[in-house]
Structure formats: C-alpha cells, structure tokens
Ligand binder design. Structure first.
Ligand code: SF4
Length: 221
C-alpha cells in the first residue's frame, strides 16, 4: 500500500524523479525558503487565534477581519485538525501504521449536517488549486457521518481572495475519482520502480543534483 498526502501526490505529479530522490530515497533535501517559513508562521498565528483567542501579532492583524468573518459561522471549531484514512477509506489515527492518506485541515467548523473547511494560503492567488479541498472534504465526510454538506474555501490571506467550492455527501465517488489517475501513476511508478524526470523552468531550484536537468533556470524544455 502506498501512503500519500495531497502535497506528496502533487510533488509526484510535478516531477516523479524529484519525488523519488527527495521523498522516498531522501538523497536530497528541499531548501526551506523564506516564503515557506512565512507560511508556517502565519498558519501558527491563525491557529492560536482561532483555538485560544491569542491576539495576532501586529504584522498579521490585517488578516483578522477575514478570519473573524469566517468565525461568525456557528458550530464547533477545530484548528489544524489532523485526519487520516485507511485504504478502505475509514477514519484512523493520524499516526496509525495502516494509514493510507492523511491531511491537516487549517480550520473546520461543524454545525449539524453542514461543515465549513478553510485552507489558508500565503502565496499568490493567481493559480488556485482547489483539489486539496476535495481531499479534505472526503476526510470530513468519513470522520463526521452526520455531515451532508460542505462549504470549503481557499483563503488567500495576503490578497483577501476566497475561492470556494461546495460538496454534498453523494459527491464522494466523483471526488475520489479526481485523484484516481494520479494515484494510478504513482502506483505504477512504485511497481515498476520507474521515476521519469519532468523538466520545467523550476529545475533551477531543484535540489536533485544528479539529474541532467538540475540547475537549468527558466529554460524552455
Ligand atoms: S531537475 Fe527538474 S527534472 Fe530533474 S528532478 Fe529536479 S525537477 Fe525533476
């Protein structure tokens, strides 16, 4: 059984070779960028604010009206909720040995048969990828059998942009299907131990030094 997460699967799709070298073989480590550190700090500040009411630091106060508007939704709140499912798509502990897929919801509000999912983004809102919301929604449907409807959104805190989607419990098969092709490719790579390189202009920032495309910045391939 191949364990996965949304970000791991995305990394595989972006470049199977990088995924294999970095994530599986751990031959190379991705550099932690300033943007990544900033994202981690913002997530922690918002988590503390939502969970404990810890005031936001001055440089994050601009986010408060957006978060407060979301927190007006009634229901039980969960900040940075960790969830995992077995291969049978049943809920399990996040660190269960037999977990299949797992993820963390930045903010979840459960109100009877309705749930709200919010994922904070600190990057650009230019190319939103709501696929992550689909996986989070599937996990919420598994963990909370009473939930029938989910309103989910990517909140780009720097730009005040909210990209939202809505799901119904009867959408689950369709939602799982959105991951089927990528998961089949990942499975085939493991089976055949074949991890093709997928060169892009981002190769210039890739840590995989033994790749023929390493260091090629901004080139057209
Ligand atoms: S240099 Fe480019 S093609 Fe090679 S592993 Fe890295 S991302 Fe993939």
């Amino acid at each position: 059984m191949i364990k996965w997460s949304f970000s791991g699967l995305k990394e595989y799709v972006n470049c199977p070779k990088q995924y294999h070298e970095v994530k599986i073989l751990q031959n190379f480590t991705k550099k932690v960028t300033e943007q990544m550190l900033y994202g981690t700090e913002v997530h922690k500040a918002l988590e503390d604010y939502v969970r404990d009411g810890t005031p936001l630091a001055k440089n994050y106060e601009q986010f408060q009206p957006m978060i407060d508007a979301i927190l007006e939704a009634p229901g039980t709140r969960y900040a940075e909720l960790k969830m995992a499912l077995t291969a049978e798509k049943q809920p399990c502990a996040f660190d269960a040995p037999d977990y299949w897929v797992r993820g963390i919801v930045d903010l979840l509000i459960i109100n009877g048969d309705t749930a709200y999912i919010v994922d904070y983004k600190t990057g650009s809102a230019k190319y939103p990828d709501p696929k992550q919301l689909k996986l989070m929604a599937l996990m919420v449907f598994a963990f909370y059998p009473e939930v029938q409807f989910i309103k989910a959104g990517l909140l780009f805190v720097m730009y005040g942009v909210f990209i939202d989607e809505q799901y119904h419990r009867h959408d689950q098969d369709k939602l799982w299907n959105t991951f089927a092709t990528d998961l089949a490719r990942l499975h085939n790579s493991h089976e055949a131990n074949v991890w093709p390189a997928n060169p892009t202009p981002l190769c210039g920032w890739c840590p995989v030094q033994n790749c023929e495309f390493h260091g090629r910045r901004g080139r057209r391939f």
